[in-house]
Design a protein around this ligand. Structure first.
Ligand code: ADP
Ligand code: 5GP
Length: 212
C-alpha cells in the first residue's frame, strides 16, 4: 500500500548521539533521506559540503530565508542553521521519509508548518551530564571553548524534551538504535501516513451496500 513519507525529527543537546543514530537509522533503511541543512558555521575536519551541510555565507543564508526556501531556520551557538524546503517536499511526494538533525526551535517550526501532521519527533537524552561532556570531548572535533559553549547550552535544549512525541535515553547505542527503528516502523503504520486506506474503506462500503 502506498504510504505518505514521514518527517523524522531528531533533537538533543550536542553530543548526545543524533549524528550517530542518524547513521544507524539510514544503515537500517537506506531509503530514508537525510535533510542536508544549510549553515553559516565553518566545516569541521572531514565534513563535506552538500553531504553533511551546505556551508553558506551569512548573505547567502539570509537570501535563501528571504526567498522562502527554508522550511525552518534558527540561530544556534552563534551560527545560522536551516532546512532547505525543496528536497524535503520532493522526497515526501515520492513517499520517502526524511530525517532531520535539528534543534528544538527548528522542530517546533516544522511541527507547526503545513507538513506538521506528518512529523515524528524524537528527543535524545544523554545518560548523564558527565557522559555528555565525555562524548563531546571524545568526538575530538571541537575546541575546549566550543565544547564549553555547547555544555552551557545543553540545559536549554534538554528543557524542551516534553514537547517531543518520543524521548529516548541514549545509554547503550544498540538498544537506542533498535528503539528508534521500532518507533519509525510503528509510525509508518499510522492512519495519516496511509492515504490508500480511504479508498479501501470506500470499497468496503460499496460492497456492504451491494450485499444489503
Ligand atoms: P550529536 O550529533 O548529538 O552532537 P554524536 O552522534 O556526534 O552527537 O555523538 C557524540 C560522540 O558520542 C561521538 O563520538 C559518538 O561516537 C559517541 N556516542 C554516541 N552515542 C553513544 C553511546 N550510546 N555510547 C557511547 N558513545 C556514544
Ligand atoms: P552542529 O554544529 O553540532 O552540527 O549542530 C549544532 C546544533 O544545530 C545541533 O543541535 C543541530 O541539531 C542543530 N542544527 C543542525 N542543522 C539544523 C537546522 O537545519 N535547523 C535547526 N533549527 N537546527 C539545526
Amino acid at each position: 500500500m502506498q504510504r505518505r513519507g514521514l518527517l523524522i525529527i531528531l533533537s538533543s543537546p550536542s553530543g548526545a548521539g543524533k549524528s550517530t543514530l542518524t547513521r544507524r537509522l539510514r544503515d537500517w533503511d537506506p531509503s530514508i533521506q537525510f535533510s542536508v541543512s544549510a549553515t553559516t558555521r565553518d566545516p569541521r575536519p572531514g565534513e563535506e559540503d552538500g553531504k553533511d551541510y551546505r556551508f553558506l555565507t551569512q548573505d547567502q543564508f539570509r537570501r535563501d530565508v528571504a526567498e522562502g526556501e527554508m522550511l525552518e531556520h534558527a540561530h544556534v551557538f552563534g551560527n545560522f542553521y536551516g532546512s532547505p524546503k525543496g528536497p524535503v517536499q520532493a522526497a515526501i511526494d515520492r513517499g520517502e521519509d526524511v530525517l532531520f538533525d535539528i534543534d528544538w526551535q527548528g522542530a517546533q517550526q516544522i511541527v507547526n508548518s503545513a507538513l506538521g501532521a506528518h512529523t515524528l519527533s524524537v528527543f535524545i537524552l544523554p545518560p548523564s551530564i558527565t557522559e555528555l561532556h565525555r562524548r563531546l570531548v571524545s568526538r575530538g572535533q571541537d575546541s575546549d571553548e566550543v565544547i564549553a559553549k555547547r555544555m552551557q547550552k545543553s540545559w536549554d535544549e534538554i528543557s524542551h524534551w516534553g514537547s517531543y512525541d518520543h524521548v529516548l535515553i541514549n545509554d547503550n547505542l544498540d538498544d537506542t538504535a533498535t528503539d528508534l527503528q521500532k518507533i519509525v516502523e510503528a509510525t509508518r503504520l499510522r492512519r495519516l501516513q496511509q492515504p490508500a486506506l480511504l479508498e479501501h474503506v470506500r470499497k468496503l462500503q460499496t460492497e456492504f451496500e451491494e450485499l444489503k
